[in-house]
Design a protein around this ligand. Structure first.
Ligand code: PMP
Length: 404
């Protein structure tokens, strides 16, 4: 039984007021709010077993190492990776993607091709453009349709023996479209191309199974799914992680160092140079436990109810334009009211305690496609309510009257 009022009690921030009004937080696609149990785990680590990991013989170091490695196994289980060393802990999706893009510098040659989609966050565009500049590889783009979906036929036409790598998001942050990634992966594999899935927006709503998907890489950021900022992960198939050179040099990632030659540590340490965000990784594991205790099926079903409720209410507002109308969507609504700048709407409703995102959402190619400077984006989480949506709709109507 999904009890949203009980769940809300786990999130202290939901009690606060903003500009004298109860906070309505609809900027979940940017970052989620945090349950107390996750925050407690950070205080617990620093209060009771703070020590550096992997190097110490002393008790605190062993306790910290155990907690850190237990978190890796929780993450492995959550994503159903075959091996724990296929989970590389990073500072987030951006770091993860850059790690792979940097590694591919030594694997690509002039005129090899890589394929991106029109629906990407800048984090899944810019590192690959930099890679193409370094290697002379060619970047091809899967076009999008008016509904905010990928044109899969056009993708089929882009694939060829020259394609070495495909990188697409599981869910678009700007529109909420859930992309048909299994199909995208299978089609790439017909040409022996590797696939990286940016799961930053999918993982708060969907529990991916990387073995079933059969992708080469899958990445996410803890802060979008009730965890802390500055932590994330990348799953990589063992064979591919072995092929990629290390991203950064330093402590932890070596086997032996001499001035003549350094040899690298085994996976996963090869990609984890330096002291990591130990507290953050442990808390990431706690956040996953918390979300799994609610259940991803329940979360998705409830959020879908919120999505439909809000979509229907928004469509009752005159001059409303919704972007991204795919049937396969997470609880994200991107919209504009004709003749009004999204920033003005965001500023006015902030005065009423409502947090939404306005702008291009780090996805300028999508905005260019629709020929708009940006949108208002309301993104819901499992701790939001229909009552909050009613407050939001009333505030929008007020803003519209003021700005028309
Ligand atoms: N990809 C997508 C689809 C995103 O939504 C985000 C975060 N907005 C990122 C990548 C980057 O994530 P981070 O900033 O946590 O590295």
């Amino acid at each position: 039984m999904f009890d949203v009022e009980k769940i809300r009690k786990d999130f202290p921030i939901l009690n606060r007021k903003v500009n004298g009004k109860p906070l309505v937080y609809f900027d979940n696609a940017a970052t989620s709010q945090k349950p107390q149990v996750m925050m407690d785990s950070i205080v617990d680590y620093y209060s009771n077993f703070n020590a550096n990991i992997h190097r110490g013989v002393h008790t605190l170091s062993q306790e910290a190492t155990n907690a850190y490695e237990e978190a890796r196994i929780k993450i492995q289980n959550h994503f159903n990776a075959a091996k724990s060393h296929e989970i590389i802990l990073t500072s987030g999706t951006t770091h993860s993607i850059n790690m792979v893009a940097s590694g591919f510098s030594s694997l690509l040659k002039h005129e090899d091709e890589v394929i991106v989609s029109a629906l990407e966050h800048h984090s899944n565009i810019v590192p690959w453009q930099m890679l193409c500049e370094r290697t002379g590889a060619v970047l091809k783009v899967i076009p999008m349709t008016l509904k905010g979906e990928l044109d899969i036929d056009a993708y089929g036409d882009l694939l060829s023996e020259k394609t070495k790598l495909v990188f697409v998001n599981h869910v678009s942050n700007a529109l909420g479209t859930v992309n048909p990634i299994k199909k995208i992966i299978d089609m790439a594999h017909d040409y022996a191309a590797a696939v990286l899935i940016d799961g930053a927006q999918a993982t708060p709503h969907i529990k991916p199974d990387v073995q079933e998907l059969d992708c080469e890489f899958y990445t996410c950021s803890a802060h979008k799914l009730c965890g802390p900022t500055g932590v994330g992960m990348i799953y990589g198939k063992e064979s591919w992680l072995n092929k990629l050179p290390p991203y950064q040099g330093g402590g932890e990632m070596i086997s032996e160092v001499t001035f003549e030659k350094t040899t690298y540590a085994e996976l996963p340490h090869k990609f984890e140079a330096g002291t990591p965000n130990i507290a953050g990784v442990i808390a990431f594991g706690v956040a996953l436990d918390y979300m799994n205790s609610i259940g991803f099926n329940q979360i998705a079903a409830y959020e879908n109810e919120l999505l439909h409720y809000a979509t229907n209410k928004l469509l009752e507002i005159d001059k409303m334009v919704l972007y991204g109308t795919s049937k396969e969507k997470t609880a994200v609504i991107s919209f504009n009211i004709e003749g009004i700048h999204p920033y003005d709407i965001g500023s006015i409703i902030d005065k009423l305690g409502i947090a939404v995102r306005t702008g291009h959402h780090c996805a300028q190619p999508i905005m260019d496609y629709y020929k708009i400077p940006g949108t208002v984006r309301a993104s819901f989480s499992f701790y939001n309510t229909k009552e909050e949506i009613d407050i939001f709709i009333e505030a929008l109507i007020r803003a519209k009257t003021m700005l028309s």
